[in-house]
Ligand binder design. Structure first.
Ligand SMILES: [Zn+2]
Length: 66
C-alpha cells in the first residue's frame, strides 16, 4: 500500500486502512484515528490540497449555522 497523505482535517498521520462495504461493492478507505474522518483512498489521495479541504469544511459549517 502506498503511504497515505496526512489527514486533511487535523493533519494527523495516525491513520488506519479499512475496507468499506458500499452499495456498489468494496472500496479501500483511509480513516483518521484522531478526528475520525475517513474517505475512499482515491479521494483521500487525490484531494486538491489540505487548505482547499479545510476551506470547504468551513463553508459547510457556516451553512449549517447560517
Ligand atoms: Zn483527522
Amino acid at each position: 500500500m502506498t503511504t497515505a497523505l496526512p489527514c486533511p482535517l487535523c493533519g494527523s498521520t495516525n491513520l488506519s486502512a479499512n475496507l468499506w462495504i458500499l452499495d456498489h461493492g468494496e472500496v479501500d478507505a483511509v480513516e483518521c484515528n484522531e478526528c475520525y474522518c475517513g474517505a475512499p483512498v482515491t479521494a483521500w489521495q487525490n484531494r486538491a490540497s489540505p487548505a482547499a479541504t479545510i476551506h470547504a469544511t468551513g463553508h459547510l459549517t457556516a451553512w449549517e449555522y447560517g
